[in-house]
Design a protein around this ligand. Sequence first.
Ligand SMILES: Cc1ncc(COP(=O)(O)O)c(C=O)c1O
Length: 492
Amino acid sequence: MSSEETNQTKEKLRDLKIKTSNLEPHSTRRRELGKIADEYAERFYDGIQNGKAYNTFDDCIKKKTDLPVPETGVGANEVVDILENEIIPPGLNLASGRHFGYIPGGGIHSAAIADYLAAVTNRYASVYASSPGAVVLESNMVQWLCSIIGYGEGAGGYLSSGGSIANLTAVVAARDDSGCKSESYSRMVVYLSSQTHHCVDRALNIAGLGECVRRKISLDDRYRMQPAELRKAIKLDREKGLIPWMIVASAGSTDTGAVDPLNELADISEQEQLWFHVDAAYGGFFILTEEGKQLLNGIEKSDSAVLDPHKGMFLPYGTGALLVKDVEKLARSHRYEASYMQDARSAAGFYSPADISPELSKHFRALRMWMPLQLHGVSSFRNALQEKLALADYLWSEFREMDEIDVSPKPQLSIFMFRWNPDAENVNELNRQLHKKMVSDGWVFLSTTEIDGNVFLRVAVLSVRTHIEEADELLMTVRRLIKEMKASNNVA
Ligand SMILES: Cc1ncc(COP(=O)(O)O)c(C=O)c1O
């Protein structure tokens, strides 16, 4: 390059540096943007108490949020304005304490701040050689989770984006541990129930096991798998020449909150030499409470377990965990060779998340779990979970006392179902209408389910912001809406 060409190149590079400087703003601009974002966050928090749990929306939402990507940037106020008024309000407010649908969580502030710091510092949380602090933090969190469910030395796991991916990774580890080759997949049998979360079904398909036999074991009157039926099914399958392989138990099923009899299932899996997996994505953290500990007794005997901190620890979405009793089995499923990763192999004595999970580049997830635990202590979480159990009991008792309301059995954890059952022929339709009315009213939010052909409304108490006041609002709203439906002659 001639010196003139070099000068021209340098001139061009200086010009480009100026043009990209807004990607790396100085402190004053950073603080300005931070202030605008923080003020919106405060308005959001302030609005939760008096805002609806659900805001109806129509198809215009697509038009309103389908904004052009600008060639040059627009102002921060304008951007936050779109976020605040167009993007965030429609649909379910998952931060609301009056959200009793699906599985709530809430999203705690300290985890949001941790997320901000994780993004600012942008550690490479999957490889020890790159970010040892972040990797050790994740390892510590995983070890803490292993200890609360009673796994001993040799156990490990990783923080995933959620329960679905964690269950998928468990299925993959169990598949590889079976030693079966693909020609046997159609003879492998997984034992589960009608209460098993659908992500397990999907995980089997994704893991290449679409053809395996899914044996649904019948349930008792509290929606729990019956061990005697499981034993029978395994025996029959062996007689047929099939390959019993894995038991998937629920420790808090999504629909009914049922906890399968883990101890008995663990014994069967040991006798039959099957992989025992516990999906405790919803119910796992209740093990921090005395009642939960008794109910989840036996989880320590499992080969793998899933817990979702974005449910039971009230973290923002994007945090699940897979724990495996023998971490070597997880490592075997995730081994890889890549010359550009040779510097990343460490002799740290434990696995980096990249060695035992599918992700490489990874959000610094552990920080949003570690920081709240440090700031608030485990007792705050234990008390909050205790509160949710007590609120579910309270609500169940109140619904049971209400006229024309049928309730499901007493909640084992914090989920139960109820159904309006007046003297009418179209009870399912009435419950669908009641739910529809509730959704358009929006003050509280419940989801529905159908069990044995009967439509139920589900009450799931797990939002960090649900307290006695919100529970009473739910009761009042249901009473009010039923009264309105009766007044408008919707009921025969
Ligand atoms: C029992 C259970 N397992 C798995 C999942 C899936 O978890 P995620 O939504 O985090 O992927 C859920 C979600 O509600 C669940 O309740």
